[in-house]
Write a protein that binds this ligand. Sequence first.
Ligand code: AMP
Ligand code: ZN
Ligand code: FE
Ligand code: FE
Length: 297
Amino acid sequence: MRIDLHTHSDRSDGTDPPAELVRRAHEQGVDVLGLTDHDTAEGWQEAADAARRTGVTLVRGIEVSCRFGGYGVHLLAYLPDPTYPPLVAELQRVLDGRNARLPATLERLRRLGIDIDVDDVRAVAGETAAMGRPHVADALVALGVVRDRNAAFGRFLGPQGPAYVHRYAAELEAMICTVAEAGGVTVVAHPWASRHDHSALDERGLARLKAAGLSGIEVDHHDHPTGTRERLRELARRLELVVTGSSDHHGTGKPGHELGSLTTAPEQLERLLDLASAASASSGRRTPEVLQRSTAS
Ligand code: AMP
Ligand code: ZN
Ligand code: FE
Ligand code: FE
């Protein structure tokens, strides 16, 4: 049983349409796939149709851009009712922040002598509902300024880069509660990734998130060195949090994150799904067309 709970389609900053992502997952021997586009559920329907055709079990998710202790944190929200009004409203604020950042980023590039306009980025961004730096990176690649996304982040778009612009993100503890009220569960994504400052996500911070309703920690992630994974696994055990593992696949946008390259243990998925059932029982909200338990076990 191969379970990959964190992937992106072209509805955010992955490069494959949702149906193609599911098809590839099936081809790579992934049995359970989490589609977790940034800040949007836009790809769910297409992915669900493809999942039904291929026999892949789809776990519907969203990777929500959050803020905690002044730092950016990504929160994986699984199986919320995507029509829950407070969730819809907060995701819209995040998406508005993404759209507002784009012209500001392009203005900074212009001052560096690189002339790209919003339409150029929209042209390379295709179907995305979550405009982001990776799309600006793609426009820089198209213009021949850099070789790939990674180089664009290194030279211009990373937090220390000359074209970096801050954007709105949801308050983390409030979002954990909102997702629970929407009948879903939350897992903190790559909390100790090397390129993030994670001082707010130490044991005390994670214990606070658990108290707010957090269900799990993404331990096995490519941005966590081996030693980090083992320390996080031990911490998750102490805090009784679910341990997940995933590829964070972005298609050709992020080499080294192949589908199914890191996975979640079946019993950990079971725990997560039990917690999601409990959340929807107490909130009265559930993901439309929730996945079949029988195919996940
Ligand atoms: P944004 O959502 O616009 O703030 O951009 C963050 C996204 O860029 C995340 O999905 C990351 O996966 C992606 N990203 C961050 N650093 C890099 C990098 N060095 N190369 C490629 N993608 C990156
Ligand atoms: Zn991404
Ligand atoms: Fe992330
Ligand atoms: Fe991600």
